[in-house]
Design a protein around this ligand. Structure first.
Ligand code: TYD
Ligand code: MG
Length: 452
C-alpha cells in the first residue's frame, strides 16, 4: 500500500476519487463536486482481528435469528420482520419529512420492552428533543439522549450506558477527528458509517442512521453508504399531505420494496395498516375520469391516481392543462385518440391532474391518461379496482414498459384486483394468483375492454 500523504479529491455526489482536482466528475457528470480530503492517520491492521477462521459451510450453525420487534407493525414489516441484531439501517428522507419523529417513536417502543436505547442527535439540543418527546408522549426510563457530533466522543461516552440499540441523527452531522474534511462530506460520512458498522457487528447492537436526501433524490454521501449498510429505508411523502411512506430499497435481511405507511398527526406518526385506504378514501366514488396507475419512481413503485376532466370548450382555442404530467404527452394522446378510434377531442377543454401532487414523467402513464380522458369524455367511470399501465404509440399500439411485475405487485399490495397492461408485458408477467391480468394490444382494444 502506498503511503497517502497527498490529498485525494472525492466527488461529493457519487464518491468518485481522483488524484487531482477536476471541474467535472468523470463518473457522474456533476460539476464542481470534487472536494479535497485528507486522512490524518492510517488505520493499521484494525480489521485483521475481525477476520474469522475459515470453516466449511456445513460447520456453520444456523442460529435462530432473534429480531427485535418494535410493535409498530408497519415499521417491523418494512424491515422484514423486526430489527436484526448487529444490523446497520439507514433511514433516508427529505428534511422535515418526519425522520426524527419516526426514530424517536421507534426507540420509545423498544425501550419500553426493557431495551436500553440511545439516541444521538447532532442537530438538536436536548430541550428540542424533549419538546418533541412531550408531543409524542414519549416517557421512558430506558431511553437515553445524547447530543454532539464527534464520533470518538460518542464511543467514549456511550460505553458506560451499554445500549441495546442506537440511533444516529443524522449521519451527515457526525465527524471523525481522523479526517480533515468537513462533516457531511463523502469521506466523513463513509468513515463514520464504517466505524459504526464495525461497532454494530462486534457488539451485536443494531444501529439506525438517519440521512438527508439531496435534491437529486440520493442520500447525501450517497451510494457509498448504500452499499455499506445492511438495510436502506426511504421515508417519503408530500409535505402538504399527511401520509408518509417508509420503503425498503435494500435489505440484507428481508424483501425489498416493502412499504410501511404512516399518517403524520399532531401527536406523531400513526400507522396506516391498510394503505389502499389512502387512495380509496379520497378517491371519488365511481367518478368518470379517475384511474389509478402504478408507476416507478427511480427504483420505487408508487400508485397514483390520474384524473381527467374533458368537456366542451366555450373557447375558440380549447384549453389543455396538465398538472403532474407532460403537456405534450396530452396533445399526442389526444391526437392518437382522434385518429385511431375516432374520438375527437379537438373542441374539448382537457384538464389532467395527478392527485396528491406527484409528478409522473414516464411513458407507462400513457395508458392511465388515455383511460382517464376517455372515461371523462364518455362520462362513464371505470372499474375502481382496476389499474392500468403501458406506453401508447402513435399507431395506437400499446407498448410494454419496464418492471411490470413490480408494478403489479405494488397494485396488489395496495388492494387492487385487476390490471390492464400491454400484451407484451402480459405474456412475460408473473401473475400473483389473485390478480386478474389483461393484455391489450391497441387503444381500440382498451376502449372495448373498458367501455363496451
Ligand atoms: P421531523 O421528525 O423533525 O423531521 P426530520 O427529522 O425528517 O427533518 O418532523 C418535522 C415535521 O413533522 C414538522 O414539520 C412538524 C411535523 N410533526 C407533526 O406534524 N406532528 C408531530 O407530532 C411531530 C413531532 C412533528
Ligand atoms: Mg430531524
Amino acid at each position: 500500500m502506498t503511503k497517502q500523504k497527498k490529498p485525494i479529491y472525492v466527488c461529493q455526489s457519487c464518491g468518485y476519487q481522483a488524484v487531482k482536482w477536476l471541474g467535472r466528475c468523470p463518473d457522474c457528470g456533476e460539476w464542481n463536486s470534487m472536494v479535497e480530503e485528507l486522512v490524518k492517520s492510517e488505520r493499521k491492521g484494525k480489521t485483521a482481528s475481525a477476520m474469522s477462521q475459515p470453516q466449511t459451510i456445513d460447520a456453520i450453525s444456523l442460529a435462530t435469528e432473534m429480531r427485535l420487534k418494535t410493535g409498530m407493525v408497519e415499521f417491523d414489516r418494512t424491515l422484514g420482520g423486526g430489527v436484526v441484531p448487529g444490523s446497520l439501517v439507514l433511514i433516508g428522507g427529505d428534511p422535515g419529512i418526519g425522520k426524527s419523529t419516526l426514530i424517536l417513536q421507534v426507540l420509545n417502543r423498544l425501550s419500553q420492552q426493557s431495551c436500553r436505547a440511545l439516541y444521538l442527535s447532532g442537530e438538536e439540543s436536548p430541550q428540542q428533543i424533549k419538546l418533541r418527546a412531550e408531543r409524542l408522549s414519549v416517557h421512558s426510563e430506558g431511553l437515553y439522549i445524547m447530543t454532539g457530533t464527534c464520533i470518538e466522543d460518542f464511543f467514549e461516552k456511550m460505553a458506560p450506558i451499554k445500549p441495546d440499540i442506537v440511533a444516529v441523527d443524522s449521519i451527515q452531522t457526525v465527524y471523525t477527528n481522523d479526517m480533515t474534511s468537513a462533516p457531511g462530506s463523502v469521506g466523513q460520512v463513509r468513515e463514520v458509517a464504517a466505524r459504526l458498522m464495525t461497532f454494530a457487528k462486534q457488539s451485536g447492537v443494531p444501529i439506525f442512521l438517519i440521512g438527508h436526501v439531496t435534491k437529486e433524490g440520493a442520500i447525501a454521501g450517497p451510494k457509498v453508504l448504500e452499499h455499506l449498510v445492511d438495510t436502506v429505508l426511504y421515508f417519503e411523502g408530500d409535505k402538504g399531505h399527511v401520509f408518509r411512506i417508509l420503503r425498503s430499497v435494500k435489505n440484507r435481511f428481508g424483501p425489498t420494496n416493502e412499504i410501511g405507511v404512516f399518517e403524520m398527526k399532531d401527536t406523531g406518526l400513526e400507522e396506516v395498516c391498510n394503505p389502499s385506504r389512502i387512495f380509496l378514501e379520497e378517491r371519488p366514488q365511481d367518478a368518470p375520469g379517475s384511474i389509478v396507475i402504478p408507476c416507478i419512481e427511480g427504483t420505487r413503485p408508487v400508485l397514483v391516481e390520474i384524473q381527467a376532466l374533458v368537456g366542451p370548450s366555450p373557447l375558440g382555442m380549447p384549453r389543455r392543462t396538465a398538472i403532474g404530467v407532460d403537456h405534450n404527452r396530452i396533445s399526442l394522446l389526444v391526437a392518437v385518440l382522434g385518429k385511431r378510434i375516432g374520438m375527437e377531442l379537438g373542441d374539448q377543454d382537457i384538464f389532467v391532474n395527478v392527485a396528491g401532487g406527484l409528478k409522473v414523467d414516464e411513458p407507462a402513464a400513457d395508458l392511465g391518461i388515455v383511460s382517464a380522458m376517455m372515461s371523462s369524455f364518455l362520462n362513464r367511470p371505470v372499474d375502481r379496482n382496476l389499474v392500468v399501465f403501458g406506453e401508447v404509440g402513435l399507431a395506437g399500439e400499446i407498448r410494454g414498459v419496464s418492471q411490470p411485475d413490480l408494478r403489479i405487485r405494488e397494485a396488489r399490495k395496495l388492494g387492487f384486483s385487476r390490471c390492464l397492461l400491454s400484451r407484451n408485458n402480459f405474456e412475460g408477467a408473473n401473475s400473483p394468483g389473485d390478480m386478474e391480468l389483461g393484455g391489450v394490444e391497441s387503444i381500440q382494444e382498451l376502449y372495448e375492454l373498458l367501455f363496451k
